[in-house]
Write a protein that binds this ligand. Structure first.
Ligand SMILES: Nc1ncnc2c1ncn2[C@@H]1O[C@H](COP(=O)(O)OP(=O)(O)OP(=O)(O)O)[C@@H](O)[C@H]1O
Length: 749
């Protein structure tokens, strides 16, 4: 990129933009201070103040977040118009509010991403402006009338692709490519699936699409929140800077395991158990487990209650009838409990009436409806009746249901008759040891079927309100008691006191703390939150049960789903998009494809493509846009020296990689030894991980240790190897046991 005269001129413009940005920040902060300081508002006024304050605080955060790379491009249109393109839109307050800077998401910015010499979109020139801090460091032009640079000749893109990795994903707003732009701005309102090989920018595109949707539908999405789902916490940390750098902070990033408020899903369990729990059949198991908790006396048994010195009993058939009637209401289990209890008491009352009040002559009842009601009222107060109702139709939390299911071979057998004994044994857990990520969709399923038992919450809320009333009354009494008594006759009645204006109820409302959490925080704490849009990354890994949970979180089915079927590593993951999404949206999803590999240099991409052919000969590998000049290499090492050799190589690569980052990717079984060796030789900027943890991440150099071990370690081992080989942006080394050549195609290195 050159700077020179153009650079000086752009520097002037950019300086002006930053001056305007500073002024906007100052104005917005002042308004926020004023709003926060406003007093004397009624209850309604306070609520409105909080909304305005949250809106202004969001605007301040947005203005602060765009400091770096505020302006990165300019479009010169054929009619002489100039458009500066940047992270946000800024208007000129001195001249008719002309746009000084156009938000990259605005329609007017689109030609910057899609114009070519063939289709110029009325643009004459595209200018890339590079800045460091507030200083313009380079300017480069593409003149469309002279033939715009091909993709392979775009230096702004190559600078970004060749830059050393920092361990945090960066936004690509200055270099979005046309096929990516089309997906980011897609009008499709429903489910959009983005399929693409590794390094095609799926994650980048999905995050920029979230930012785009927030821009175009801010009013609605800011309130209903965008949820971004990723495979693990490391990945979410890796992508965590992208949306804030685009000025979007009100987004919730979470793994599926984090989507059941109050549950920490940190239990590690065998992949086979996770796969089993992810099967669609588990929905039926949970439903059967709920029904199994609605108990009646065993064959030949009966329900017997001591009441009023007598035993009142219901036989099994009557209990079955009561249960069937309660089920007919088709309510969630907990919500049906009061109904069941009412029906049970009615039957007990009838049985009791039959004992006390049968006419010896006619056999009919001697008791009136009113008598029956009295007996029922007595039964309602009888603790034995309450205990029987609880035993037959217990109020259950999802956690209790699942923990007691896992803990009981009898319950497992009753709820999961179609599972094999070995599968049921895999679900069995003698003692409760916490929850795994695969348990979360099951807890969610249970929550749906059980319904909310919010009696405790309601009682707590009532107690709190009561407490506020007492406080308010005391406050009013103090105000009344401390009023001036120095009145002339008749004067007192002319003066209004706090008591005249307010009653305790109204004052209590004012004491009620406003909910100061952001919409994203509130969404995170609410299992029933309906997100406005859901982005799912590495979507191929999700189990059918996880999809059920996600679909519940997004009733509007406004979703961007990105992934690569060829990278599926989880046993319960997707074999195809149709199979995965069919049960939820049929064929009502749009499939878009990304075909260019921005991560891998051509030399490594070629090797990865050979592995892909072995996974599925019908799949086409994405085309690489650049060469690194370094062919991947293979190093045979005696088996017992693999860890040491990998550590030495990592240290050497680290010394040569500048500020870059290195990964050692190996079978899970080797991680402990490798971690120790690498930790001693090259403690920082080197990660040691298995392919599953490496999913979605990227490094300047990758050292794959024991590739055959990776393949052997899981039924989807070849997919895992594919993931490992597709993580580097520059260099790839393969270390293997010297006693054997690795399996093809790595043997050809
Ligand atoms: N238009 C672009 N400009 C600059 N960099 C880009 C562009 N598109 C993608 N990249 C970079 O390419 C790399 C790969 O992108 P990303 O991680 O989004 O790919 P992916 O398809 O999600 O890969 P995987 O399937 O391996 O997770 C990232 O460093 C990303 O920033």
């Amino acid at each position: 990129m050159s700077s020179g005269e153009n650079g000086d001129r752009e520097q002037e413009y950019v300086t002006r933009l930053y001056a305007r940005l500073d002024a906007l920040r100052g104005e917005t902060r002042n308004r926020l201070d004023q709003v926060l300081a406003s007093t004397g508002l009624g209850h309604q006024g306070l609520a409105e103040r909080d909304v305005t304050a949250a809106e202004l605080a969001g605007r301040v955060a947005r203005l602060d977040s765009v400091e770096n790379g505020l302006c990165f491009g300019r479009l010169d249109m054929c009619d002489g118009e100039r458009r500066y393109i940047g992270r946000i839109g800024i208007l000129d307050d001195t001249v008719d509010y002309e746009p000084l800077l156009i938000d990259w998401r605005a329609p007017a910015a689109r030609p910057f991403y899609v114009a070519t010499a063939v289709s110029t979109e009325n643009a004459r020139r595209r200018r890339h402006i590079r800045t460091e801090g507030r200083k313009v460091t380079g300017v480069r032009d593409e003149e469309f009338d002279r033939g715009a640079a091909e993709l392979t000749g775009d230096p702004a893109l190559f600078d970004a692709l060749n830059a050393a990795r920092t361990g945090r994903m960066a936004d690509i707003v200055a270099t979005i490519q046309a096929e990516q732009d089309e997906i980011i701005r897609a009008h499709h309102a429903g489910v959009l699936v983005v399929q693409g090989g590794p390094g095609t920018g799926k994650t980048a595109v999905a995050l920029h699409r979230a930012a785009y949707l927030l821009y175009t539908r801010r009013e609605r999405l800011a309130r209903s929140v965008v949820l971004v789902v990723g495979p693990n916490a490391t990945f979410l940390r890796y992508i965590g800077d992208v949306l804030p750098s685009l000025g979007e902070t009100g987004v919730l990033l979470a793994t599926v395991g984090e989507l059941f408020p109050g549950v920490r899903a940190d239990l590690v369990e065998p992949p086979e158990t996770a796969e089993l729990k992810g099967r669609l059949a588990m929905a039926e198991v949970i439903a059967a487990a709920v029904l199994d908790r609605q108990r009646v006396p065993d064959e030949g048994g009966c329900l017997a209650i001591e009441h009023d010195g007598e035993t009142v009993s219901l036989d099994r058939e009557t209990c079955l009838r009561v249960r069937a009637k309660a089920r007919e209401a088709d309510l969630p289990h907990n919500e049906a409990h009061p109904h069941f209890r009412r029906l049970l008491i009615d039957e007990l009352a009838r049985a009791s009436a039959a004992r006390y009040g049968t006419d010896p002559l006619s056999g009919g009842s001697l008791l009136t409806e009113a008598d029956l009601e009295i007996i029922a009222a007595e039964l309602r107060a009888n603790p034995e009746v309450a205990a029987a109702a609880e035993a037959m139709w217990p109020l259950l939390t999802p956690r209790r249901l699942l923990a007691e299911l896992y803990a009981s071979p009898r319950r497992l057998a009753a709820a999961a008759p179609d599972l094999t004994p070995a599968e049921r044994a895999a679900l069995f857990r003698g003692a409760h040891r916490g929850w795994s990520p695969a348990d979360v969709p099951l807890l969610d399923e249970a929550a749906e079927l059980l319904g909310v038992d919010d009696r405790a919450d309601r009682a707590a809320a009532a107690a709190e309100h009561e407490g506020r009333l007492v406080l308010a009354q005391e406050a009013l009494d103090v105000a009344h008691g401390s009023r001036s008594t120095d009145f002339d006759d008749g004067e007192e009645s002319e003066l209004l006191t706090a008591r005249d204006l307010l009653d305790a109820e109204a004052l209590a409302e004012r004491y009620q703390e406003a909910d100061h959490r952001s919409p994203a925080e509130r969404a995170a704490a609410d299992r029933t939150w309906a997100f406005g849009h859901v982005v799912v990354d590495e979507a191929q890994e999700l189990s059918p049960m996880a999809w059920r949970l996600l679909m519940r979180r997004c009733p509007a089915r406004s979703m961007t789903i990105v992934g690569d079927i060829a990278q599926t590593g989880e046993l319960g993951g997707a074999p195809s998009w149709d199979r995965m999404l069919g049960p939820h949206v049929g064929n009502r999803f749009r499939l878009a494809e990304l075909t260019v590999n921005y991560r891998l240099p051509a030399e490594i991409a070629e090797l990865a493509a050979a592995v892909l052919r072995r996974i599925d000969a019908s799949r086409t590998a994405p085309r690489a846009v650049r060469a690194a000049g370094v062919a991947p290499w293979r190093q045979p090492v005696p088996a017992d020296e693999l860890a040491l050799a990998a550590a030495r190589l990592a240290a050497r690569e680290r010394a040569g990689a500048g500020a870059g980052r290195i990964a050692v990717i190996a079978p899970a079984g080797r991680l402990a030894a490798l971690g120790a060796a690498v930790g001693a030789a090259a403690p920082d900027r080197v990660d040691v991980l298995d392919p599953r943890a490496a999913k979605g991440l990227e490094y300047d150099t990758v050292i794959v240790v024991d590739p055959d071990g990776i393949v052997a370690e899981s039924p989807r081992g070849l997919n895992d190897l594919y993931v490992a080989l597709t993580r580097p942006t520059q260099r790839l080394a393969v270390l293997h046991d010297a006693a054997r050549r690795p399996a093809p195609p790595l043997d050809a290195l």
